[in-house]
Write a protein that binds this ligand. Structure first.
Ligand SMILES: Nc1ncnc2c1ncn2[C@@H]1O[C@H](COP(=O)(O)OP(=O)(O)OP(=O)(O)O)[C@@H](O)[C@H]1O
Ligand SMILES: [Mg+2]
Length: 259
């Protein structure tokens, strides 16, 4: 009997340099199903680059990412890996939802149209199916009354919630969040974190969240990772890493952001 459970994400030895600048120096990460991992670290430590390597927006120089047991961005052929492109890559990438710091909604499309676009184009859902799915997800992020509104008429927090609904519309098996609240006014942060919290608690979504929201990490994360200089310096249970870090670099960073 095969009892092996495939992790949604398995990354091994991820390296990435931009010219002479070594940004990732061999990063490993396993994300278990339903697990929430928060990544913290100073500016320039490679957090965004790492997330972008996970969904092959950035091609690692070395190492391998597996998504649900399949090599991300490649297909095995004659004992070699051949890089995917076009539709095949787009389809694989669709199983990873990504939400960025800046809401990247289409400005010329309404909330409904923003959420329906990728399921229509990539998954080839009928208009009716895509609309039903979109309506359900928009309600779920608390924006039922904004279906026909355009992004410019939404607050930053509302735009970010639409961005989450839009990612969920592809029914991803993993969600990646790159500082989803750091561009928001403080009073709008909570509504976005609440949606993310419910995604974890109600839907058991597997998530990697780059964030400096310490209280969110403490209460939602199963594991916290501290990255610096392109490596994982320390990781563990939120309480361990955030309240009793063992590494001097983690201690210094936390002192800085908590002061
Ligand atoms: N496409 C690129 N070309 C050249 N350098 C890049 C590129 N992308 C990132 N870098 C550099 O790689 C380093 C790591 O960047 P990255 O965005 O991954 O850091 P980060 O940890 O996400 O930082 P922040 O907290 O500021 O978002 C930085 O020095 C950045 O300038
Ligand atoms: Mg970043």
């Amino acid at each position: 009997m095969n009892t092996t459970v495939t992790n949604p994400i398995r990354a091994r030895g991820i390296r990435k340099a931009f010219g002479p600048l070594e940004v990732l120096k061999g990063v490993d990460l396993d994300l278990a199903s339903g697990e929430v991992v928060c990544i913290l670290g100073p500016s320039g430590s490679g957090k965004s680059t790492f997330l972008r390597c996970l969904n092959h927006l950035e091609k690692p120089d070395a190492g391998l990412v597996e998504l649900n047991g399949e090599p991300m961005g490649y297909r095995p052929e004659d004992g070699k890996f051949r890089e995917l492109s076009g539709r095949a890559l787009q389809k694989q990438r669709a199983t990873i939802g990504m939400v960025f710091q800046r809401f990247n909604l289409f400005p010329h499309l309404s909330v409904m149209q923003n959420v329906m676009e990728a399921p229509r184009r990539v998954l080839k859902l009928s208009r009716k199916e895509a609309a039903e799915r979109a309506r359900r997800l928009i309600e779920r992020v608390g924006l039922a009354e904004k279906l026909d509104t355009y992004p410019a008429a939404l607050s930053g927090g509302q735009q970010q919630r639409v961005a989450i609904a839009r990612a969920l519309a592809m029914e991803p098996s993993v969600m990646l969040f790159d500082e989803p609240t750091s561009a928001l006014d403080p009073e709008l942060v909570g509504e976005v974190l609440d949606v993310m919290r419910s995604l974890s608690e109600v839907s058991a979504m597997s998530m990697i969240v780059v964030t400096h929201e310490i209280s969110f990490a403490k209460s939602v994360a199963d594991r916290v990772i501290f990255m610096d200089g392109g490596v994982i310096v320390e990781q563990g249970k939120p309480d361990e890493v955030l309240s009793r870090p063992t590494q001097q670099r983690t201690q210094a960073f936390l002192r800085r952001i908590l002061e």
